[in-house]
Design a binder for this molecule. Sequence first.
Ligand code: ADP
Length: 386
Amino acid sequence: MANYYSSDFQLGVLGGGQLGKMLLTETRRYDIYTAILDPSDEAPCKVGSNRFEQGSLMDFDTVYNFGKTVDLLTIEIEHVNIVALEKLEQEGLEIHPSPKVLKTIQNKGRQKLFYKEKNIPTAPFELFSGIAELKEAVNQNRIQYPFVWKSTQFGYDGKGVSVIKNEEDLAKLSDGECIAEQFVDFEKELAVIVARNKSGEVTTYPVVEMEFHPTANLVEYVLCPSSVDSAIEDKARKLAINVAEAYGSTGLLAVELFLTKSGDILVNEVAPRVHNSGHYSIEGSYTSQFEQHLRAILNLPLGSTKNKVAAVMVNLVGDENHSGPVKYEGMEDLMKMEGVNAHLYGKKETRPFRKMGHVTIIDESITEAREKAEKAKNSIKVISTN
Ligand code: ADP
């Protein structure tokens, strides 16, 4: 086994946002030298990394040359140049998740086809090369309202996803390859994070339950433990392991799920990396998702995924009426509350609904934690100094 700690080993990370920043807390704890590539000169990872390189994640030469300087490569964002990763892999570089997995998940159409091929339960869908084809399918009554339109590429945080209820909604869509997915009238949205290392060790985190912001289409609260019964908990964790095994992925895989009103579980989509739904684990779990990702990609023993306490995570997003240099109002009120842990990502500029940080509330009781989370959310505002 390689010597990673206080050594010449260099871990490379594509992307230098908040996920990378929280990963760096763990690489620093273990003293693992970490290099970051990110397009922004003000990336959250700039301060915590051993080496920071500014450059495009989509440019072949930039990604390839960066890859040549490190011993193992991982990502914190999936929109990266795959051709460069394929060449690096051919030349012997270890990359987790593999370029093959990234290629499948980068395109929502390809990802859905993968589930179909592997018999993984997912909402029925049809793939279209452009909007004209989709309109024709609607006219022929092959697709019925309401359905969910998803652009196959570059969707993020609900952008590029719309519920289409009528002709008027359909007319507003932009052209491009897309899928039309059956609208799932779900009971709950759940997620399970799976970790796999190269030796074949697999662990799952407990099921988390997500509550969405009614208008921003962003996760507002993540609760762990969730309120589902143990049969659903087991079924969701088993399904998530099947998904990870179907991909053959190494590292973390966050599996987003729908629990239907009849108790079925459908896979919505996955992210082969640390994920917003696992932030609670920093304070809530024996092993945080960030440490677990490191352990998994470095083929180290995986840690316990048990909860120490109940936890609720609240995303701190920019106020919808503010854009400009950021100011956090009410931080002191948060600090007065027991078990409330704020994380600020270090982004200089706020924009409506931009993810600026998160707060994790821990308590012996999930009910208490959820109540406190609402108070915490209402006591802090992300505004601009303008
Ligand atoms: P993104 O990649 O932008 O996060 P998702 O595919 O996860 O996009 O969709 C964002 C949200 O839209 C989901 O979390 C869910 O609330 C809703 N959604 C997605 N697909 C469906 C569906 N088939 N039926 C109902 N709601 C859906």
